[in-house]
Design a binder for this molecule. Structure first.
Ligand code: HEM
Length: 524
């Protein structure tokens, strides 16, 4: 048969009448083949154990064309059924390893913990953390240890948290007051926005004493929530610059550019705060100082690892970006699960009425006496882990894990979302059943590798006790003070939107109905 113009043949592609384009295509094809063999050669272990199994990669792009960044966690879960709980994936020129069982998680987070105790710094992470020298992205070593020690020994200790209770109480009361005002005329409330304001204010007041109040509470609050959420969304997008580092400077998806615009806004805020705090050094006693004053005072104390003002600023960024977004989304998921399940809501109400009573308000000291509510928080983080793939780790050395070679600098995804829904380890894994946590002794400390909402090992979340207080106190107060009704014609839904941080697909909007008898319980 004669070739006609609609036929898609090699000669039409090569366009034999245009020798220049033929040569270019031939060079591109050769380059592709070269890259393919180079990646394969680089990925193969030399005389050592084989690489982990995984789907067959295409030249150059690897498995990228088959991955959908909106459902990466479920795609990884499905691929694991075929290739096993230690699986390799080629992301362009980058080798990724996906971990999907408690045993494999133990291998990387415990057995080989030092080697795997780095986070894989993405291109956009360099922008929002001033070069990645913050606590989240710094590689395991002296500088990271110094930052972590400052946080863990100053900001997140039990005495500091106890001392800052007034802050959390005031902010939560403000939220209850705002909601009772909305309740007066039956207005719906965007719960995520209000929880955001409360948690944002708590974190920033603990760090530098600032707060958002009055009219600003709605306007600036929404703006900051959107800003922080946009930054975390950009962090969640698969950036081709990370998979083809040699082209990173072209920033083809424009993500670095977008990140710079967002970060500039937060940076201006931080600069103002830093300036005022530098002026205040020495003017307050050590007991009175906030975390930022403390950091500025001690930053040069350790000769081996002195900190610059930029390091200090990057820590603020970590707390605001890492601490606020995670706690808000965890609280939103918990509220969404509770209000959409009358039987769960009823049990919580009974527990609250028994422990707190209807003529009092919730205090943080009540929290240890609320086992069912604690179980609800644990079950929420099992079903909807806030960081479904943790923060991707990176190994600093080539290692042999479970008989397979994991080459140095691989990107390690720990699919906590899949581990938390593995039927080998959980009964009815897709059901929301808080009771399971009344029957087991699982906690947030990462000792049991089937439950890792805060990670495990050296890079485990630096603020678990603070996160637990923030989430529990917030939701306990909202559930004790109000009944929650869906706006007319709507029903509550708990659908997930995947990203670095797991979010509700649609915002949780509900109408508060006060349930306590004394109006004084709705004042600040
Ligand atoms: C429910 C709320 C939270 C959840 C679920 C959560 C979870 C996590 C997870 C999974 C990691 C990474 C672990 C890994 O990659 O192995 C992490 C790291 C971290 N989190 Fe949290 N977090 C929460 C709240 C907070 C808060 C409130 C703060 C501070 C204000 C905070 C500060 C940090 C820091 C600084 C790191 C980095 C630790 C390091 O790399 O050494 N987190 N968190």
């Amino acid at each position: 048969m004669e070739a006609n113009s609609s036929n898609f043949t090699l000669s039409t592609v090569l366009n034999t009448e245009d020798p220049y384009s033929s040569i270019m295509l031939a060079v591109a094809a050769l380059f592709a083949v070269f890259c393919y063999f180079w990646i394969q050669g680089k990925a193969k272990s030399k005389n050592g154990p084989p690489l982990p199994p995984g789907p067959w990669p295409l030249p150059i792009v690897g498995n990228l064309p088959f991955l959908n960044s909106d459902i990466l966690h479920t795609q990884f879960q499905a691929l694991t059924q075929k290739h096993g709980p230690l699986m390799k994936i080629h992301l362009g020129s980058k080798l990724a390893i996906v971990i999907s069982s408690p045993d494999m998680a133990r291998e990387v987070l415990k057995t080989h913990d030092v080697t795997f105790a780095n986070h894989d710094l993405p291109e956009v992470g360099k922008i929002n953390t001033y070069g990645g020298e913050d606590i989240l992205w710094s590689p395991y070593g002296t500088h990271w240890r110094r930052l972590r020690k400052l946080c863990v020994m100053k900001m997140f200790t039990t005495p500091t948290l106890e001392a800052s209770y007034t802050t959390r109480r005031e902010e939560t009361r403000q939220t209850v007051v705002y909601m009772s005002e909305m309740a007066r005329d039956g207005s719906p409330v965007n719960l995520g926005e209000q929880i955001f304001l409360s948690i944002f204010n708590v974190v920033t007041r603990m760090m530098w004493g600032a707060t958002v109040e009055g009219e600003e509470r709605t306007s600036l609050g929404n703006e900051l929530k959107t800003l922080i959420s946009d930054i975390s969304d950009i962090e969640g997008i698969q950036n081709y610059s990370d998979f083809f580092p040699m082209f990173a400077r072209f920033d083809f998806q424009g993500l670095v550019k977008k990140m710079k615009v967002h970060v500039k806004k937060l940076d201006l805020l931080f600069d103002r705060v830093m300036e005022s705090h530098v002026k205040m050094v020495g003017k307050k006693s050590e007991e009175e100082e906030d975390f930022l004053q403390y950091l500025i005072r001690v930053k040069d104390d350790d000769e081996k690892a002195p900190l610059s003002l930029t390091h200090v600023k990057s820590l603020l960024m970590d707390m605001v970006l890492g601490g606020v977004d995670t706690s808000v989304n965890a609280s939103e998921f918990a509220m969404a699960e509770i209000v959409s399940r009358p039987e769960v809501f009823e049990k919580i109400r009974q527990e609250l009425d028994q422990v707190v009573g209807k003529d009092s308000i919730v205090e943080e000291s009540h929290l240890p006496k609320l086992p069912y509510l604690q179980a609800v928080m644990k079950e929420t983080l099992r079903l909807h882990p806030t960081l479904p793939l943790l923060v991707p780790h990176r190994n600093s050395e080539t290692s042999v894990v479970a008989g397979y070679t994991v080459p140095k600098d691989s990107k390690i995804f720990i699919n906590v979302w899949a581990i938390h829904r593995d039927p080998k380890h959980w009964d009815e894994p897709n059901e929301f059943k808080p009771e399971r946590f009344l029957e087991n002794s699982l906690d947030f400390n990462g000792g049991d590798f089937k439950y890792l909402p805060f990670g495990s090992g050296r890079r485990i979340c630096a603020a678990i006790n603070m996160a637990e207080r923030l989430v529990l106190f917030n939701i306990a107060s909202l559930l004790h003070s109000f009944d929650w009704k869906a706006p007319k014609g709507q029903k509550f839904e708990v659908e997930e939107k995947f990203g670095l941080v797991l979010k509700l697909k649609s915002p949780l909007v509900a109408i508060p109905v006060p349930r306590l008898s004394d109006p004084k319980l709705y004042t600040a």
